[in-house]
Design a protein around this ligand. Structure first.
Ligand SMILES: [Zn+2]
Length: 292
């Protein structure tokens, strides 16, 4: 296992990258098209996005494989290309990843519900995640980052599968929403429940990303810190989204984001990055504030 990431986290605040989807839209990806297909069709665009994040100060970038599991790829008729799309993505990121930096193989949700709410069994879901984790590892990723999980059960399925695929560091990131009673997943699981289940299943880094902006993430980081001694990664959105002519915009500025990043660090997160709406500009500001 390339264990350097945890060692780095002892020396400095580890900076992850910002959004991939936001950057792909800006590069002309049309809605409804599979972003993963660009790993084969436009590898130089993907490589350039990774490069911009590394240059902005990211220590870790995520591969362009958020929707790269077979259950999700099935919607676009791309199941047969699963191995190729994931290994290509890993190689694209590795090519611009220099000494001391890391490539995280990105595993996002399947978009399907487990039985009895949906029609997918746990076994089928684990198989999809296991296949993707293997494909990412064959392409040479340094770690696996499971992210934007709205259901603890699905996060655990992905985590077990990534652990089964091999001795690699695994980040497990849950998406919470804020209610009057506290932070919960879409399926109603709370922070203590999620953190302890992820820890028991072997997560090396306990994380939260998406939906919440940086202000809410400060409070969430404190609550996660209170339940675990594992390293924590927090990746907020760039504030709250607003819709203008059917297009989503995020209103926070890079410096506001970076300012909150400082509080997130002080709340106990060893690792910070960005989610929806964040760009290399946000990461540059964040790195400036957190790594001086
Ligand atoms: Zn997001």
């Amino acid at each position: 296992m390339k264990s350097g990431l945890l060692a780095l986290a002892k020396e400095k605040t580890v900076i992850f990258d910002g959004a991939m989807g936001t950057m792909l839209m800006a590069a002309g990806l049309s809605q409804g098209k599979s972003p993963e297909l660009w790993n084969l069709e436009k590898p130089s665009v993907i490589m350039n996005i990774h490069k911009q994040y590394f240059e902005a100060g990211s220590d870790v970038v995520h591969t362009n494989t958020f929707g790269g599991n077979t259950l999700k790829l099935a919607d676009k008729g791309l199941v047969e290309k699963m191995d190729l799309l994931n290994s290509a993505a890993a190689k694209i990121a590795a090519e611009v990843c220099h000494e001391g930096k890391f490539v995280a193989g990105d595993i996002g949700p399947t978009g399907k519900m487990l039985k009895p709410l949906g029609d997918v069994d746990l076994e089928e879901m684990e198989e999809a995640f296991y296949g993707q984790a293997n494909a990412l590892m064959s392409g040479g990723v340094d770690l696996i980052s499971i992210e934007t999980m709205f259901s603890l059960e699905e996060a655990l399925a992905a985590l077990r599968s990534a652990k089964k695929a091999g001795g690699i560091l695994v980040v497990a990131s849950i998406t919470y929403t804020r209610t009057k009673r506290g932070f919960f997943t879409m399926m109603g699981e709370g922070v203590i429940q999620c953190v302890s289940a992820l820890e028991d299943a072997g997560a090396d880094v306990i994380a939260a990303n998406c939906t919440l902006g940086s202000k809410d993430m400060i409070d969430l980081a404190k609550q996660i810190r209170a339940c675990t001694k594992k390293p924590i990664l927090i990746q907020p959105n760039a504030g709250k989204p607003v819709s203008r002519n059917g297009v989503t915009h995020y209103q926070q500025t890079p410096s506001e984001f970076a300012h909150d990043g400082k509080d997130i660090k002080e709340a106990g997160a060893e690792m910070v990055g960005g989610c929806c709406g964040t760009t290399p500009e946000f990461i540059r500001e964040l790195a400036k504030v957190l790594c001086q």
